[in-house]
Structures are given as C-alpha cells and as structure tokens.
Design a protein around this ligand. Structure first.
Ligand SMILES: [Zn+2]
Length: 332
C-alpha cells in the first residue's frame, strides 16, 4: 500500500522544472568586456556585455529582454549582446574560457562546474523558482493534487496533441510522486493523447511511472549521473570512480551495444575519470543513454505482448531499486 503523504503538498503543487536558472560569470574576471570606465574627459564609453543564453530565446529570458527593451542596460551604459550557443552545455565553457561575460545555466550544472573546478561563479538567479506553476485562489478548495479532481482547470494557449504532467521529479519523494500521478492519470480518464511526464529519470522511476500510465519522458539524469561516474547496468549501477575498477579488464556491461562497452574496458574508463579526461563523460553518457533506450524498448515489447504485469518483477530487478532522487543525493 502506497502512503498518501500530504506534507509535501506545496512541492507537489509547485509544478515545473525544479531548478533555478542561474546567471553565471567567470570567477576570476566578472567585469564586462570592452572597457567602459569613465574616461578622463568625463564621457563614458558604453561597455559591451556578452551573454550566452542556454537555449533559443524563451520565457526564461524575459527579464533580460525586458531590461533591454526598456533601456535599463542603456541606463547603466551597457551594450548587451545575447547569443544562442551551439549547444545547451556550451555556456559554462564559453564563460570559463573568457569568451563570454555571462551565461544562463541551470543550478544543478553549477554544482557540476564547481566539482570540476571551472573558474565560474553564480552571480544571480534569473528564474528563482520553478518555471511552471499550477495556481489557484488562496481561499480555493484546491489545496493539493488530491483536491484537483473534478476542478475546472484553465490552460493558456492552443489545443495540444499530448498531455504534459509537469513539475514532478524535482525534490519530491517517490511516494509523493506516485500520489500525484495517481490523481493526474485518473483525472485523464480515457483521453487517448500521449501522456508525458517531465523530468524522469532513473530506470526504476521510469518503470514505476509507466506502470501508472505515463508514455513519454525526458530527463538529463542519465547524462548527469554518467558525468559523475555512475554507469547503469542490469540490477543497479557501477561507480567507475571506485578504485576497484582500475584493474578491471571487462566491459561495463557484457551485452551492451554502446561504443563504450564494445571497445573499452572498465579499467580504461576508470582511468579516464581519474584523469578528468572529457572522453569519460562522453562514453559514460553514451552507455547510460543506451541502457535507458534499451530498457524502454523492453517495456514497450512487454506491453505489446500483453505481458507487462507479469514481467514487472523481472523489469524491476533489471532497473535496480534506486530512484532519481536517491541517485542525485548519492552523487552530491
Ligand atoms: Zn554500454
């Protein structure tokens, strides 16, 4: 019997990406490029501040564009240039290499940057709270996911082709997530549209969410834990930062078709992590994504064969028992 905890009500209501979006600057030189100090004649030359966004311009960046459109940067004698980097992970490196003055990044990646010793600092929060929220009047009867059932919920925007259940997989416990999912999925009834859950996650979390009726997922977790040296394998995970793997000639996973497992040993990967060689992060990510895709393919095959309930025990065993939240805690 799953517990129906109610003490996490606020976290369950606060839906959205549970990460603040940070402004990041170079730790050694956070001054704008291009000069801009008062000249001897008293005329200030506008300084240029180069800001790398994390993605194409979107509502996360509204404060920056609002400031620009309303002349707040001009008031500070700043010329601010925004640029979309080639990929979402480039911002930290662009700042660390002094090619940009500021970048927009997620809070969790700042922890990774600090762990890796990148010379960057967080200088402010662009979005200091979860990005999406489910809002109700203060004195409404809606006080938690349990009381949403039967309520009329308004959605801004055009009709959509799928259902997004968002804001979980942040800092809630698996029990809290299960409770919210049970309410949300039940409320959808026979709606045939695909159901997408933001932010999961670990193989165990994926499996339990599918079990509750979810179809689609996205998550940075496979890549994030891979960068910490944690490789998902049937039944659990390996921590390649552990010394025991330095002399292990076998592959990370015997039957895995990924580039890492086909060509390199655990010992080589363990060496790459210790040497802080970037190839380690790439190979480990390659493996965790391969494991995740294979695991989801097994779930789909099981459902199509009508054997999903009967095979839950076997699938749970393959996933291991660790939820995304536990992985994150143990990686910190
Ligand atoms: Zn592999």
């Amino acid at each position: 019997m799953r517990s129906k905890k109610r003490n996490g009500r606020s976290r369950l209501l606060a839906v959205g990406v549970a990460l603040s979006v940070m402004l990041v600057a170079c730790g050694e030189d956070a001054e704008p490029s291009g000069g801009g100090s008062e000249t001897g004649g008293g005329t200030a030359e506008a300084a240029t501040l180069r800001v790398a966004l994390d993605w194409f311009p979107n509502p996360d960046h509204v404060a920056l564009y609002y400031a620009q459109d309303n002349g707040f940067f001009d008031d500070q004698n700043l010329t601010v240039e925004f640029e979309v980097p080639s990929d979402v992970t480039a911002g930290l490196k662009l700042v660390a290499s002094n090619r940009f003055d500021l970048s927009v990044f997620y809070q969790g990646d700042m922890f990774f940057a600090a762990q890796e010793g990148l010379p960057v600092i967080a200088v402010g929060s662009l979005v200091p709270q979860p990005l999406n929220s489910l809002m109700a009047l203060h004195d409404s009867k809606v006080q938690g996911p349990e009381t949403v059932k039967g309520a009329t919920i308004g959605v801004a925007g055009l009709p959509f082709d799928g259902i997004c259940i968002g804001g979980l997989a942040g800092d809630e416990t698996p029990d809290e997530r299960d409770a919210a999912l049970d309410v949300a999925v039940a409320a959808l009834g026979d709606d045939p549209r695909p159901r997408y859950l933001m932010g999961l996650g670990s193989p165990a979390d994926l499996l339990e969410a599918v079990h509750r009726g979810i179809d689609l997922f996205d998550s940075v977790l496979p890549a994030r834990v891979a960068r910490n040296g944690q490789l998902w394998v049937p039944g659990g995970r390996l921590n390649l930062r552990n010394r025991v793997f330095l002399d292990d000639p076998g592959p990370v996973q015997d039957d895995c078709p990924c580039l890492l497992c086909r060509r390199f040993s655990r010992a080589y990967l363990a060496h790459l992590f210790r040497a802080k060689e970037l190839l380690a992060y790439r190979l480990a990510t390659c493996h965790n994504l391969t494991f995740t895709l294979d695991f989801m393919a097994r779930i789909r095959a099981s459902i199509r064969a009508g054997a999903f309930p009967a095979e839950m025990s076997e699938l749970r065993s393959r996933a291991g028992r660790i939820s995304g939240g536990e992985v994150a805690e143990q990686s910190a």
